[in-house]
Design a protein around this ligand. Sequence first.
Ligand SMILES: [Zn+2]
Length: 56
Amino acid sequence: MPKQISPYYSKTGEVYHIYGVCASGSAIKRGRKVSGKSNKKLCKACIDIRAGKRPR
Ligand SMILES: [Zn+2]
């Protein structure tokens, strides 16, 4: 199972991520990536990763 990391999100996105391997999380451009959760929801792909449904 992928290792969970500190929450991060995109300035332009509506969700936050907890896995570095998340496809949409890793697609965030440098400079738009921010640490924390803000008031965002957890990314659906990250939920699936945590549930073991997908490797990344
Ligand atoms: Zn994600």
